[in-house]
Design a protein around this ligand. Structure first.
Ligand code: NAD
Length: 365
């Protein structure tokens, strides 16, 4: 297969971690007989410095013409960087909002996986953490409360603020189809999270989920109320495979799910539209505090590259090769500084930097 991938290295640790993910992708291509062409575009602070805007229209067109986008991270120190003296529409993050909109990315996938070797970093009770978990939060990204009409006005002598939560059948259907498609590539289970005991939008959500589910008889599904889901995530996270939910619930639950893994440098993500196109990036930011030191953990970006192979290119075997190589280096005791044991016992592990971690994973693909 020939893959055309646009890279956005971005700011801070972005260039360091994207370099390692590229190294691993090239190793996969070599082993399995594929070719990959990278085209780099600027986004974020580096684009502001070069062109005065966080993302140019030409860069968007280049991204649209590719099969997928692999991104590092954008932004700088929000207190000290001159980028944050600009008006909000010119700041680094505006580039991210612009590209998501231009590419129609409505489905956000955030896996949260607790590796056996790292379970001590998990803040949950030991007997829960020991069991491990491997879930994926599928969050609707372009509808719901964050995009509905809002207003603040005076009514009867006091201020009243209103936000509107709207979902159409088609918006619910397309994200539900994505969730069931992704479940088919995983353990074939979907838990759809809503607040159907109170909200009309959730009752419509349930109805559409039930309709879509009929097309996926192999996938087991159930509905769960969002308050219960928040509790279950800390009580029994092993029960979850794909968690499907609307925008605001997904925003909150995906942060909760990532927190219980205990390590931001390990968490990939993907944003998809209704074609095979996707934007793949680590869940963390540009980490300006450690940029240029060669110590950033590249694993989240490497796992984002694995998601790209799985969801854009349907190369499941190749994606498994990356996921297994990551597991192997962890089993062998290699750690970047952010995932070193916190109990002081470093006898069973070896600390490595960003490039070495990339090399070790590429060698084991
Ligand atoms: P951050 O995720 O960059 O950093 C939080 C902490 O986690 C820091 O201590 C950092 O060193 C550490 N960390 C993050 N990724 C790491 C990795 N791969 N390896 C080791 N340690 C890692 O969050 P922040 O400090 O709140 O934000 C910094 C900048 O990143 C801001 O400008 C913010 O707007 C931006 N940001 C960008 C994205 C994105 O590009 N999608 C996402 C979140 C934040």
């Amino acid at each position: 297969m020939n893959m055309n991938v646009v890279r956005i290295k971005g700011d801070g640790i972005g260039p360091e971690i994207v370099t390692e993910a590229s190294k691993v992708l090239e190793a996969v291509c070599k082993k399995y007989g594929h070719t990959i062409n990278f085209t780099d575009i600027l986004m974020g602070g580096c684009s502001i410095d070069a062109y005065g805007v966080p993302l140019t229209d030409e860069a968007i067109e280049t991204a649209k013409a590719a099969d997928a986008v692999l991104m590092g991270s954008i932004g700088g120190n929000t207190s000290t960087s001159p980028w944050y003296k600009l008006e909000p529409s010119k700041r680094p993050e505006a580039g991210l909002l612009k590209i998501r909109k231009a590419l129609g990315l409505f489905a956000n996938l955030r896996p949260a996986l607790l590796y056996k070797e790292l379970y001590k970093a998990c803040p949950l009770k030991e007997e829960t953490a020991e069991k491990g978990f491997d879930m994926l939060i599928m969050r609707e990204l372009t509808g719901g409360l964050y995009f509905g009409a809002r207003e603040t006005k005076e009514v009867d002598g006091q201020m009243v603020a209103t936000d509107t939560l709207t979902y159409s059948e088609s918006e619910i259907r397309r994200i539900t189809i994505k969730a069931f498609e992704v479940a088919m590539k995983r353990r074939k289970s979907v838990i759809s999270v809503d607040k159907a005991n109170v909200l009309d939008s959730s009752r419509l959500w349930r109805k559409i989920v039930e309709e879509v589910a009929k097309d996926y008889p192999e996938v087991k599904y159930e509905h769960m109320l969002v308050d219960n889901c928040a509790m279950q995530l800390v009580k029994n996270p092993a029960q979850f495979d794909v968690v499907l939910t609307e925008n605001m619930f997904g925003d909150i639950l995906s942060d909760e799910a990532s927190m219980i893994t205990g390590s931001i440098g390990m968490l990939p993500s993907a944003s998809l539209n209704d074609t095979k196109f996707g934007l793949y990036e680590p869940s963390g930011g540009s980490a300006p505090d450690i940029a240029g030191k060669g110590i950033a953990n590249p694993i989240a970006t490497i796992l984002s590259a694995s998601m790209m192979l799985r969801y854009t290119f349907d190369l499941d075997k190749e994606a498994d090769a990356i996921d297994n190589a990551v597991k192997k280096v962890l089993e062998e005791g290699y750690r970047t500084i952010d995932i070193m044991p916190t109990d002081g016992d470093t006898s069973a592990v070896t600390q490595v930097g960003t490039a070495k971690m990339g090399d070790l994973i590429a060698e084991r693909v």
